[in-house]
Write a protein that binds this ligand. Structure first.
Ligand code: GLY
Length: 355
């Protein structure tokens, strides 16, 4: 059962929901909070009359190529063997098509490969070595995606895993000896990532003035995962869903929880049946809570966010918890919005208040 306090939190959050009531479609791009620049790039494409799928892919390419975004593309945190494996999906509303790649290595921009799967094949999803082979056949260059920063975080994590002499959460005196050239701030970051494996990801959804919609989700997935683990991002209906008649939705956070409720599809179906984007997201978060019989101790172990953009331009971002764990402590969950000009961060509504 939800506590009265939790329900109150949710209803308070509803009041503060980030929504705009648009009469007729106009250019709008929304994304997870790491997408401020992504949304600006996507909006610039929409303003030049480019297709909505061109726009969102150009947007997330910024994060895929950014070595400082450790949850996406180049610089993403690796699997337990120190190898970066990426997942991505795309959906094009006007043609009602989709494509995705899972567990692909050595390609910096998996969203572009997902698009090629959609456009050039009769399939929806390619995975692993064969996804890589497919990408190479279209001229994609193989590159090492592990940056020095991500390698450091992986080594710190490895010291805390079972076969190694280390312990996570201990002061970094030994780490200082091992990595004398690394400054304290970077070591503290690496320790945090080792202790709390992130599931970052970027989801980006776009609507243009003609009412056309597209979306993409791209990620390096759960850090330190078992090689071959595929999360929700490339699963059409979980990490991403676009229905040209209704709207679009996507997710970031722990993919396993999202897959179990087919989150993005559930949100779009909720909107189709009349729910606002905000209520559609909250209802889907409640299904995740229900999978744990609303056990707060279990639910507190992970974060998950949803993003929804309806065909009329109404949008929302929603989080399971009011506080999102970061190396700076708990911060309020946000998402990025661009409806022309500079992007801004807006508050997500949330289901439970983190104490
Ligand atoms: N949502 C990203 C993942 O779990 O892989």
């Amino acid at each position: 059962m939800l506590s009265r306090r939790s329900l109150l939190s949710a209803s308070t959050a509803l009041g503060a929901a980030s929504q705009v009531a648009a009469q007729s479609p106009k250019n709008i791009v929304i994304s997870s909070a790491n997408g401020l620049t992504c949304c600006e790039v996507a909006m610039a494409h929409l303003e030049r009359g480019k297709d909505t799928l061109d726009a969102v892919i150009a947007g997330v390419n910024v994060n895929e190529l950014d070595p400082e975004d450790n949850s996406v593309g180049y610089g993403g945190l690796p699997n337990e063997e120190g190898v970066v494996e990426l997942d991505a999906s795309v959906m094009h509303g006007p043609t009602r098509r989709a494509g995705s790649v899972g567990s692909i290595r050595n390609i910096k921009t998996p969203s572009k490969v997902a698009r090629l799967v959609m456009e050039e094949t009769k399939h929806i999803m390619l995975v692993g070595d064969n996804a890589l082979r497919f990408a190479k056949s279209y001229g994609f260059k193989e590159e090492d995606l592990l940056t020095e920063k991500s390698r450091l975080a992986w080594l710190v994590w490895k010291r805390g895993s079972s076969n190694w002499n280390g312990s996570m959460g201990k002061p970094s005196a030994r780490l200082k000896t091992l990595f004398p050239e690394v400054d304290d701030q970077l070591l503290a970051w690496a320790e945090f990532k080792a202790m709390y494996p992130p599931t970052g990801t970027i989801n980006c959804l776009a609507l243009n003035g003609k009412g056309e919609m597209s979306g993409t989700t791209t990620t390096s997935g759960l850090a330190w995962k078992i090689p071959g683990r595929v999360g929700d991002s490339p699963i059409i209906g979980a990490g991403l869903f676009v229905d040209q008649d209704t709207g679009a939705a996507g997710s970031t956070g722990l993919g396993e929880e999202n897959i179990r409720v087919c989150g993005a599809h559930t949100i779009v179906e909720n909107m189709r049946h009349g729910m606002s984007p905000k209520d559609a997201c909250l209802d889907t978060l409640k299904r995740i809570a229900r999978n744990y019989n609303n056990n707060m101790t279990e639910l507190a172990k992970f974060d998950i966010n949803f993003y929804a953009l309806r065909k009329d331009g109404v949008y929302a971002g929603a989080a399971l918890w009011s506080g999102r764990r970061s190396s700076q402590g708990f911060t309020s969950p946000k998402f990025a919005v661009n409806d022309g000009g500079k992007s801004r961060l807006e508050e997500c509504v949330f289901l439970f208040e983190r104490k």
